[in-house]
Design a protein around this ligand. Structure first.
Ligand SMILES: Cc1ncc(COP(=O)(O)O)c(C=O)c1O
Length: 393
């Protein structure tokens, strides 16, 4: 079978297993990278929804401008300003999640068929975008016109870029798509300054409320370099006209922090205090979950290696055993546990590196974590014993 076809089939097998696992409530699910539903502010969002419906002219049900609500844009700009990036509401485009912002940025920063510099392990849906646009992932910045990076907290490793990596990205001269999706979930406190603060002309800065509020509302943002703003806006409009009016109206009301309808200009100030307190709670919540999972891995899978994450939703672990990934995942699902296979995060799934996996602590009830790792350890032993270990081509 041709390698590309084989890779495609392997991806489909893994996806099938993951869907099967997600549909089975007996499976303890460490896959998927979902935020904890316990942290969705459901009552407050429900009240915000009712108020948004009652607003004169019902803007939440009406068409809006492609760049999105001025209140939200001011809110995002103000938060970036506090991290040292001097941008205004006019510089921000509200997008349908970070995913759309990344897609728009890549269309502008990376010529079709061109090279994009990446970390060795990276966000899977970014790899999908590269495949769809015929872009070539490379690991070196040399001669790459564009780089994609998660300098604050990277998915899947849960670590920020080192000072030298940040410097290399800034010095490279490449356009940088800075994916800041997990920045606010930096366990130690407020996130580091974005690259945007140091290279406004070359950084496409991407953010999202998916990880810190909820993904269902699909609210993200893009700050393109000024010379690309009009083109970015045209691409946004061409893709879906605008981010959901309803999602924006609900979030805007929620962030205003009360039932009183406020002028957009006051959203940043009033929403800020509440939202900062929420972020402190989130960081503590996810750090504790990370600690619980780290202890369980160390106890049940002592041969697996990992570095405790600095933030985010997951622990990235690896083993020297050469495992057949699909066989291992199938054994895990039979045992009642799931994980994200490492190949999903790698541009080349047959590159001979140690078997790795991503274990998400974010959405697993902590009382189930120990049992989950016990099951995973059984699956691991089975995969090794059954001869699922195969030499890699
Ligand atoms: C690193 C990273 N960037 C972007 C996204 C997409 O986020 P959104 O839901 O805002 O589209 C994700 C979602 O998992 C992610 O992990």
């Amino acid at each position: 079978m041709a390698p590309a076809r084989r890779t495609h089939d392997a991806r489909q097998t893994l996806e099938h297993l993951l869907r099967e696992a997600a549909a089975n409530e007996k499976v303890i699910g460490f896959a998927g990278g979902l935020p904890s539903e316990k942290l969705f502010p459901r009552s407050r969002l429900a009240r915000a929804f009712v108020r948004a419906m009652a607003r004169a002219g019902a803007p939440g049900l009406q068409y809006g401008w492609a760049e999105g609500s001025v209140g939200l844009r001011a809110f995002f700009a103000e938060r970036l300003g506090r991290r040292g990036a001097q941008v205004t509401a006019d510089d921000v485009i509200v997008t349908s999640g970070a995913q759309q912002a990344i897609a728009i940025a890549l269309q502008l920063a990376a010529p079709r068929g061109g090279r994009v510099a990446l970390d060795d392990d990276t966000y899977p849906a970014l790899l999908d975008l590269l495949r769809a646009r015929g872009l070539r992932p490379v690991s070196t910045l040399d001669a790459a016109p564009c780089a994609y990076a998660m300098p604050a907290i990277a998915n899947p490793c849960g670590h920020g870029a080192s000072p030298s990596r940040r410097r290399d990205l800034l010095d490279s001269g490449a356009f940088v798509v800075e994916d800041d999706a997990y920045a606010d979930l930096h366990f130690a406190g407020p996130p580091p300054p974005p690259l945007l603060a140091q290279a406004r002309e070359r950084v496409f800065h991407v953010g999202t409320l998916s990880k810190i509020l909820c993904p269902g509302l699909r609210i993200g943002w893009l700050v393109p370099p000024p010379i690309f703003r009009e083109r970015a806006l045209a691409l946004k409009q061409g893709a879906d006209l605008q981010a959901s009016s309803l999602g924006q109206a609900v979030v805007e009301d929620y962030l205003s922090g009360s039932g009183v309808r406020r002028a957009s200009s006051s959203l940043a100030g009033n929403g800020r205090l509440d939202f900062d307190a929420r972020l402190v709670r989130l960081r503590t919540f996810y750090r504790r979950r990370a600690e619980t999972l780290a202890q369980a891995i160390a106890c049940h899978l002592p041969s697996w290696r990992f570095a405790f994450p600095e933030g985010g939703f997951a622990i990235w672990a690896s083993t020297e055993e050469r495992l057949d990934e699909a066989g291992f995942l199938a054994a895990a699902v039979e045992e009642g546990v799931s994980f994200d296979p490492g190949s999903q995060f790698r541009a080349d799934s047959r590159d001979g590196r140690p078997t790795a996996l991503r274990l998400c602590f974010s959405s697993v009830n902590p009382v189930k974590v120990d049992e989950g790792m016990r099951r995973l350890a059984r699956a691991f032993r089975r995969a090794v014993r059954r001869g699922a270990a195969t030499p890699r081509s």
